[in-house]
Write a protein that binds this ligand. Structure first.
Ligand code: ATP
Ligand code: MG
Length: 284
């Protein structure tokens, strides 16, 4: 809607975890370093947790995107499954064909695949997103996969990515064997107040805007932080609303009042657009 007015080539605050838009905040860099340490150090298991919308999927996708040539990745997104189904999804994503989907046959096919990759110095990785939804029994069985190893190292690295509930699950006594295999769960940190402007600016420039076309006053930045607490998905939702308002008011300077109106829209009662103003939706 506002892209042409602000000289943007694409929407700057989309909701997809596009690696091109990754802003390397302190928290996101820490997460990238943790993944690199675990995967290249062949730690076996990793667990990345964090608040909803903080950027877990974005970070993991950016990592895979960067290191794609030296990784062999199976991405599992569907976690409401039992262990056999999970195994089947992993095999499918690795491109392993099995005639018989019994657990024994699937485990044996996975083992042969991993040994072959090991011989060619390739790095197989299983990434399980939304891992907070996994049943504890499935998590426990996943541990057995990390037992596939040579005398020197693990044959596969498993990355669990999930909301804070995942961290809590991993503290349960019944999962202590799994927990002991994880070299520390990394809980991602949100953006700090001073990173808000850089984040917004980075996304705008990635979407094609040239420097100085649009400015957010320090007060507006503070209001964005107060609303979002540094959670990128909330910053995106708010900035999108704010830019629509900025466009309707034909302004390239975003002030606090504009942000506050955007916050009202996102958190207030059901409302709709009209003539550049927000009006309550009447019951008629
Ligand atoms: N470092 C970042 N740089 C740029 N954009 C980011 C960053 N982190 C997150 N985002 C953006 O925030 C939104 C939410 O990110 P993402 O989907 O990765 O969060 P999540 O932690 O996986 O959320 P959920 O818990 O719902 O799965 C996406 O639009 C993404 O592009
Ligand atoms: Mg996610």
């Amino acid at each position: 809607m506002y892209e042409a007015y602000y000289d943007l080539k694409e929407p700057p605050f989309g909701s997809t975890p596009d690696p091109r838009f990754l802003y390397r905040s302190h928290g996101h860099r820490e997460a990238l370093a943790y993944i690199a340490y675990g995967l290249f150090g062949k730690k076996g298991f990793l667990a990345l947790t964090g608040e909803v919308g903080i950027g877990k999927t974005t970070v993991i996708r950016a990592f895979v995107h960067t290191f794609d040539p030296c990784l062999e990745v199976a991405f599992v997104l569907n976690t409401n499954v039992n262990f056999e189904e999970m195994l089947y999804l992993i095999l499918q994503d690795f491109g392993i064909e099995v005639e018989d989907a019994s657990k024994v046959k699937m485990l044996s096919a996975l083992n042969s695949f991993l040994i072959e990759k090991f011989a060619f110095h390739q790095n197989p990785v299983i990434i399980i997103d939304e891992a907070q939804n996994l049943a504890p029994e499935v998590l426990e069985e996943l541990r057995l996969l990390s037992n596939l190893e040579t005398d020197q190292q693990k044959l596969v690295q498993i990355v669990l990515v999930g909301q804070q509930e995942l961290g809590e699950m991993l503290t349960h006594r019944s999962l202590r064997q799994l927990r002991q295999r994880i070299p520390g769960v990394l809980e991602m940190r949100s953006l700090q107040p001073r990173e808000i402007n850089e984040y917004i600016d980075f996304r705008l420039r990635t979407a094609g805007m040239s420097n100085g076309r649009l400015t957010f006053t320090p007060d507006a930045q503070r209001a964005i932080y107060e609303f979002s607490e540094g959670i990128p998905r909330l910053i995106n939702q708010l900035c999108d609303r704010v830019l629509i308002r900025g466009y309707l008011q034909k302004t390239t300077t975003i002030r606090r009042e504009l942000v506050e109106a955007g916050v009202m829209e996102l958190s207030g009662p059901s409302q709709r657009w009209g003539d550049g103003e927000i009006r309550e939706v009447s019951g008629e």
